[in-house]
Write a protein that binds this ligand. Structure first.
Ligand SMILES: Cc1cc2nc3c(=O)[nH]c(=O)nc-3n(C[C@H](O)[C@H](O)[C@H](O)COP(=O)(O)O)c2cc1C
Length: 163
């Protein structure tokens, strides 16, 4: 991945869960990590990563708003990542993967329609204390954990190798 400039756009507002993932990926790809509101133009970047927690079954709206405002891209490479608060231990890995695939599809479609080439996506569990969950101490405690961060590292290495 010689001389590729990578930008990671990350909105991580609930517990900083997704930012933990962004940092691991960013380290591998030598990427700049910014919030969507901090970036005016993506022209100088070769690859853009888009990440946030999942809110009402989708990535955060600031990510969608950012993409909305972009001009049509010419197959610029993009990857997607998220953390999600569905209880993976209770519902199981298969449910988690199916659910997060559905969530990620919204963003993937949006990016593809904008002319991006989506080269990978990663969904991991994140600590969730939304509404009543805070009264029971939250779910997905301590997620993302070390294993999750290792998955993020492996994901980033794959992205790097695809160049
Ligand atoms: C207002 C709100 C809505 C949420 N909606 C969902 C949801 O629809 N599906 C889900 O899996 N998790 C949902 N969550 C949990 C977050 O996706 C999860 O905690 C995520 O790891 C937060 O990432 P962040 O700390 O990077 O913001 C929601 C959390 C909040 C605060």
């Amino acid at each position: 991945m010689l001389n590729k400039k990578v930008l990671i756009l990350c909105q991580s507002i609930h517990h900083g869960n997704t930012m933990k993932i962004a940092k691991v990926i960013g380290e591998q790809l030598n990427a700049e990590i910014k919030k969507p509101s901090e970036i005016k133009s993506i022209n100088k970047y070769d690859i853009i990563g888009f990440g946030s927690g999942i809110y009402d079954d989708k990535h955060h709206k600031s990510i969608f708003n950012f993409i909305d405002k972009l001009s049509k891209q010419n197959r610029k490479k993009a990857f997607i990542f998220s953390t999600s608060g569905v209880p993976i231990k209770i519902l199981g890995k298969k449910f988690f993967l199916n659910y997060t695939k559905k969530c990620t599809n919204f963003l993937e479609k949006e990016l593809t329609a904008k002319g991006f080439k989506v080269i990978g996506n990663l969904s991991l569990p994140g600590f969730n204390t939304n509404v009543f969950l805070k009264y029971i101490g939250g779910i997905n405690k301590n997620r993302p954990n070390e294993k999750d961060l290792t998955k993020a590292k492996e994901f980033a290495i794959k992205i790097k190798d695809s160049f």
